[in-house]
Design a protein around this ligand. Structure first.
Ligand code: HBI
Ligand code: FE
Length: 274
């Protein structure tokens, strides 16, 4: 049991969770109103996918077939497992880094079990099941991204031991939450923070906001803000670029830990705009 939440003011029931912070989803007990909230959120976001979402996100969403209501994590795990070996576990919300990294390293993605209230359709501070599932889970069906995220989790203990959690969190933020990819038709979104927000899905892909060529060392030093649209985005060409950075990640984490941070939104002379 975890009597103490990782941070105050989180709404999940942390006392009901196991030591690894998982709890039963109890899908059959989800109230009809929550299913209605899901259907509305899914309807609005999936309408933006054909034009703005990366092909891997669109393919993954099709595989998950989840328009009808809050997804059953066991059913989604079966579909995902057959593709890439990932499974989903229910958690009360944000969990401590060590538990989060351990799940990723075991190819388990923690999904918050509750959904936002109707007055929070456009924005809430904590991740809910809509963000975690519709934003993150589709990409787990892509083999290269799936392998990257496991490897990322496997480096968590190193980052923690060496005081490099900031660069580790920046990598997750810029590339897992707010990453873009260049495809035939233009720049598309695959990041979960983008794809779970209608406003940011359009803003990140169509506005004049700086979109910069991905550079791992640069990303590891780049500060971010959590309370507004991002002031810049990084663009990959292929998910293999993320997998490839795992090779030198330990050295890169230490270098980024010891280098001055790059301020939020700064564009440098060495950056390449896409
Ligand atoms: N817990 N459920 C959940 N989801 C996250 O995205 C998450 C987390 N705990 C820690 C965490 N993210 C961050 O520290 C990342 O930077 C790794
Ligand atoms: Fe997220």
């Amino acid at each position: 049991m975890n009597a103490i939440a990782p941070a105050p003011n989180l709404r999940g029931d942390y006392a009901a969770a196991a030591p690894d912070y998982t709890l039963p989803q109890r899908h059959a007990a989800i109230p009809p109103a929550d299913h209605a909230t899901w259907r509305e959120l899914h309807r609005r976001q999936s309408a933006l996918f054909p034009r703005h979402a990366a092909r891997a996100s669109r393919d993954g969403l099709a595989l998950l077939d989840c328009a009808d209501g809050v997804p059953d994590l066991a059913r989604a795990s079966a579909a995902l497992g057959a593709r890439t070996g990932w499974s989903l576990v229910a958690v009360p919300g944000l969990i401590p880094e060590d538990a989060f990294f351990a799940h990723l390293a075991a190819r388990r993605f923690p999904v918050t079990h509750w959904i936002r209230r109707p007055e929070e359709m456009d924005y809430l501070e904590e991740p809910d099941i809509f963000h975690d599932f519709l934003g993150h889970v589709p990409l787990l069906a892509h083999p290269d991204f799936a392998d990257f995220l496991q490897g990322y989790g496997a480096h968590g203990a190193f980052a923690q031991r060496h005081g490099a959690l900031r660069p580790m969190a920046r990598l997750y933020w810029h590339m897992v939450e707010f990453g873009l990819i260049r495809e035939e038709g233009g720049v598309r979104a695959y990041g979960a923070g983008i794809l779970s927000s209608a406003a940011e899905t359009v803003f990140a892909t169509e506005s004049a906001v700086p979109r910069l060529r991905f550079d791992a060392a640069r990303v590891l030093r780049t500060e971010y803000r959590i309370d507004d649209l991002q002031p810049l985005y990084f663009v990959i060409e292929h998910y293999r670029e993320l997998f490839a950075l795992l090779d030198g990640l330990e050295g890169a984490l230490l270098a980024a830990r010891d280098a001055p941070p790059i301020p939020v939104g700064a564009v440098l002379p060495t950056d390449t705009r896409i």
